[in-house]
Design a protein around this ligand. Sequence first.
Ligand code: ZN
Length: 156
Amino acid sequence: MINDKLKIEKIMVDGQPQLKLKGVIDEDASFDVIKKENGPLYLNLSEVTGINSLGIRNWVNLGKELSGREIFYIECPPVIVRQMNMIPSFSGQAKVVSVFVPYVCDNCETEKLVLVGQKELSLSSPQVAESFSCENCKNGEMELDGNPKQYFAFKK
Ligand SMILES: [Zn+2]
């Protein structure tokens, strides 16, 4: 984790500027790039690889500093979704645009992340496949890694 220091890059997706976070959110993570940004904040979290307890505190404090700003979380990986589910203040006022749902093959243990977007997330209980056949071994079933109700508990 030591060499995985958080980097924040500005990217353009369909003409919309996003801030892409890469690496681990910990006590050394600097959010200056986010704080300097004007207007709505589109935070792409797909390449966040980990977060520790001091990182969580950092992140919650950032949310407080940015209170009143429009914030969107895009492509949240499971490591972020789990924090949002455990700690309501983790996402604060942010709108969750899309999340990755983890699946694991019951035969070859291949893992796959499936992106669930705004349309599904706007439903009170998102409809996601509980399982689908594995493209890797063609033999097993990819199963949702966890309980779907728990996984979408962050939805308010
Ligand atoms: Zn498989």
